[in-house]
Design a protein around this ligand. Structure first.
Ligand code: SAM
Length: 255
């Protein structure tokens, strides 16, 4: 059972991750820790992932070859925003982490149709209704407790243009459970006082920050999207959260 982090704890965690090793915090390959991602190779992973999303959208949701204005929610360093910018007139990315946005702005300096902004709010009221024809989020909502994500989902529906698409990835359940011993150890470690939890995680995993993975059954996601006024078009199995996790890409349309 993951700890239910508050919004302030989430912001603190991603602020620290973005300041320390932003590319690794986005694409957590063991051999790429401590600044070992080459920017070109890293950004290529965004091109690959966006090509897959775009293909899914074209095949299952009648979406266009080029979008008008895309929102990339939890854009990190703009890995996906930059790839979308070759398929859209304009892309706006928002993220909670100053370090991520700073690095992203550096990557996007030659992409005039990409804007990345620090976004420190629990809602998206900075955007008016119907602003985007694609509202998109990848490997971001999986780290946010469902009570907060459900609120963002309502906001996605509101700021999506009528006839536009809301598309995101979210894990539904772990395919293997932690052993009871590992589960108890995690419970104890995550609640240790005086920074001992951070020291343990740093020693064990090479990163002191707690960033949890949250699981939401598909039925709940689809029901919440429906209540927000979205229609489900497609659900695609996905492995972005790892091979031991059942995860889906959801494609909704705003009627
Ligand atoms: C694993 S990274 C993925 C970045 C990007 N979507 C990609 O695929 O390259 C998750 C991102 O979500 C951002 N994030 C987490 N919670 C957020 C929130 N409540 N609002 C905005 N961004 C958030 C983090 O700062 C981090 O940059």
């Amino acid at each position: 059972m993951p700890l239910h982090l508050s919004w302030e704890q989430l912001r603190a965690a991603w602020t620290e991750l973005g300041a320390k090793d932003p590319l690794w915090a986005v694409a957590t390959r063991n051999d790429k820790r401590e600044g070992k991602w080459e920017p070109e190779e890293f950004l290529q992973t965004g091109e690959r992932d966006v090509a897959r999303y775009h293909d899914l959208l074209k095949r299952n949701a009648g979406s266009p070859a080029e979008f008008d204005h895309i929102l990339d929610f939890g854009c990190g360093v703009g890995r996906m925003s930059l790839a979308w910018s070759r398929r859209a007139r304009r892309v706006t990315g928002v993220d909670i982490s100053p370090g991520m946005i700073a690095k992203g702005q550096e990557f996007a300096r030659n992409a005039p149709n990409v804007e990345l902004h620090l976004h420190e709010a629990r809602d998206l009221r900075c955007f008016e209704d119907g602003r985007f024809d694609l509202v998109f989020s990848h490997i971001c909502l999986q780290h946010i407790p469902w009570a907060l994500t459900a609120g963002y989902l309502r906001e996605f529906a509101r700021i999506c243009l009528s006839g536009g698409w809301v598309v995101f990835q979210l894990p539904s359940r772990p395919l293997s459970q932690l052993s009871w011993l590992a589960a108890i150890r995690k419970k104890i470690v995550d609640r240790l006082p005086f920074g001992l939890d951070r020291a343990y995680r740093n020693w064990k995993y090479g990163c002191p920050v707690l960033f949890e993975m949250y699981f939401v059954p598909s039925e709940n996601v689809i029901e919440s999207a429906k209540q927000a006024g979205l229609s489900e078009l497609h659900r695609e199995p996905d492995q972005s959260a790892g091979a031991s996790i059942e995860s889906f890409i959801y494609i909704f349309r705003k009627p």
